[in-house]
Design a protein around this ligand. Structure first.
Ligand code: SF4
Ligand code: SF4
Length: 290
């Protein structure tokens, strides 16, 4: 959910001045990362995209290759993936690439919502006669009904205070009990509002080499993650989006998963060995407080 805070910030600042001088067009790219989630019981569940190498690293290269292969290298351009002044999701939805669903994800009619979104800001005079994609959520409320914490409202907003994805990735403190109780084995992100969406049914799997070749699923058991140190975390998850959670946050998430599995003795051990956020989380879980 990191894009939400970024979008809120950009909308607030209306920061279009960050776009390069002379920019005339924004090309938006959707990259299909749909593939079976290989998270295994006892190792914690990570969101599908985080099982693969960090897209912030390989996606810009794909955009650059596209621009070169299509002769656009003679033009000035800059590529962005989640980092720049471009609200790719909004531009994509106004350019017939998909609509923004009730779960706040961009949904492409052809590939669904398991997509990374990137962009190239260019001085190319791209002729565009594109139009917004019609909203095709209709009467469906599956994502709203299935969200374990009730984070999604009918008005298409996701409350980050209730969202498991937000808490497991961005929250640096203690995760509140009304969320931890619903996390099960989730230790990085949450795919539920994507998984249940009918527009993700029967869509083709990703053929990306980066997605198919290496995997960050099941690298360590929950017990190991709970006691992990920074060096092991950096070594094990180098090149993975999981690093965004920081080693303390990731360990905290594993502690919650262990608590949900009834492993209270491990939580007591954590409170003796550490003085960081995992200790605070373990104490709060053991005491039954928020
Ligand atoms: S289903 Fe998961 S990711 Fe989606 S809004 Fe709810 S908690 Fe967040
Ligand atoms: S699950 Fe239904 S309501 Fe939610 S985004 Fe998909 S189509 Fe829209």
């Amino acid at each position: 959910m990191s894009y939400l805070s970024r979008e809120e910030r950009l909308q607030k600042n209306n920061d279009t001045s960050l776009l390069e001088q002379g920019s005339r067009s924004i090309i938006v790219f959707l990259l299909n990362y749909r593939r079976r989630n290989e998270s295994r019981h006892g190792y914690g569940r990570v969101a599908t995209y985080a099982g693969f190498p960090d897209y912030h690293i390989f996606f810009p290269r794909i955009i650059d290759e596209f621009m070169v292969d299509n002769g656009m290298f003679v033009r000035d351009y800059r590529s962005y993936v989640d980092t720049g002044p471009v609200l790719e999701r909004n531009i994509a939805s106004s350019s017939n690439l998909g609509w923004i669903g009730k779960n706040s994800m961009l949904i492409s009619p052809s590939v669904g919502s398991f997509t990374f979104i990137g962009s190239a800001v260019t001085d190319l005079p791209v002729d565009s006669s594109l139009f917004p994609t019609p909203d095709s959520c209709g009467n469906c409320t599956r994502c709203i009904d299935s969200c374990p914490t009730g984070a999604i409202s009918m008005n298409r907003t996701v409350d980050s205070n209730l969202c498991i994805s937000y808490h497991t990735i961005e929250n640096r403190g203690i995760i509140p009990r009304n969320v931890t109780d619903r996390m099960g084995e989730m230790i990085f992100g949450c795919d539920i509002c994507n998984d249940v969406c009918p527009w993700n049914r029967d869509k083709m799997e990703s053929t990306l080499h980066e997605v198919s070749e290496s995997s960050f699923f099941n690298r360590m058991k929950l017990e190991e993650i709970a006691f992990i140190d920074k060096e092991s975390f950096d070594r094990t998850y180098r090149g993975s989006a999981i690093k965004r959670a920081t080693f303390g946050g990731f360990a905290r998430n594993a502690i919650i998963a262990l608590h949900n599995a009834g492993e209270e003795s491990l939580l007591k051990e954590v409170t003796k060995q550490f003085t960081d956020v995992r200790m605070d989380q373990a104490i709060s879980l053991l005491s039954g407080h928020v």
